[in-house]
Design a protein around this ligand. Structure first.
Ligand code: ADE
Length: 236
């Protein structure tokens, strides 16, 4: 039986490129417009995919990859905006847990982020993967925090009108795929970890910082993913 693979998911091309540049490419396949790269990274069999931005694309491709590969684990890496005032661009955030900030059925009595008529609200990263990542030696500042996900890019005006992301949901960083991928993985009891590098402070200059810093900070997330893969027991 071939060893089961690790899924490496990213949203943007720059983030995927960091994976491809540091791996042995073994081939690729296509599905519904996605290119699925077969790789070996740090001695581990992996498949890497750029999902595209947002919860729908990320969920859709995650479900397909689980069906197709029956993976051992999934690592989602990429960039995020900072909500925690201590975070600076270039810092790395390991998700302790994730919530969909834009899922709001409070009108029917459910707390913000709760999938109605279910227990799904806070999705928790795999403790073993988190522990491995927390122990890595990296030149970047490494935090563990709560990541919020929604189909919105946050700048100063969203922060003003959506103050609940800090006050109510206690988010440390914000992005557009993590909690959706976490929800799909949780349904399948698939261990997952979300690793994000801060690209902007979700403020007035977020759009400029995001574009300027994306290629560089995408490499920071990759270095953590590579470190995790190198620390995992090798398949025999
Ligand atoms: N990803 C990176 N920066 C972000 C922001 N400010 N809002 C949402 N997603 C992001």
């Amino acid at each position: 039986m071939p060893p089961r693979t690790t899924i490496l998911l990213t949203a943007m091309e720059e983030e995927l490129q960091a994976f491809l540049d540091h791996s042995t490419r073994l081939g690729s396949e296509s599905w519904a417009g996605w290119t699925i790269h077969h790789l070996e990274c740090a001695g581990m069999p992996c498949v890497a995919v750029r999902s595209g931005v947002g919860k729908v694309l990320a969920s859709m491709v995650t479900q397909h990859l689980i069906d197709r590969f029956q993976p051992s684990r999934l690592i989602l890496s990429g960039v995020a905006g900072a909500l925690n005032p201590d975070y600076e661009p270039g810092d790395i955030v390991l998700a302790r847990d994730l919530i969909q900030h834009d899922l709001d059925v409070r009108a029917l009595g459910f707390p913000r982020g709760q999938v109605p008529w279910s227990n799904d609200r806070i999705f928790t990263s795999c403790p073993d993967l988190l522990r491995i990542a927390q122990k890595l030696q990296t030149p970047h500042r490494l935090f563990t925090g709560r990541i919020l996900t929604g189909d919105q890019f946050f700048t100063h005006s969203e922060l003003l009108s959506h103050s609940y992301v800090r006050d109510e949901l206690a988010g440390d960083a914000i992005e557009m795929e993590g909690a959706a991928v976490a929800q799909v993985c949780s349904r399948h009891q698939l261990p997952f970890l979300v690793v994000r590098t801060i690209s902007d402070k979700a403020d007035g200059s977020a759009h400029l910082d995001f574009s300027r810093l994306l290629p560089e900070v995408a490499r920071n997330s990759w270095s953590v993913v590579e470190g995790i893969l190198a620390a995992l027991p090798k398949p025999v």
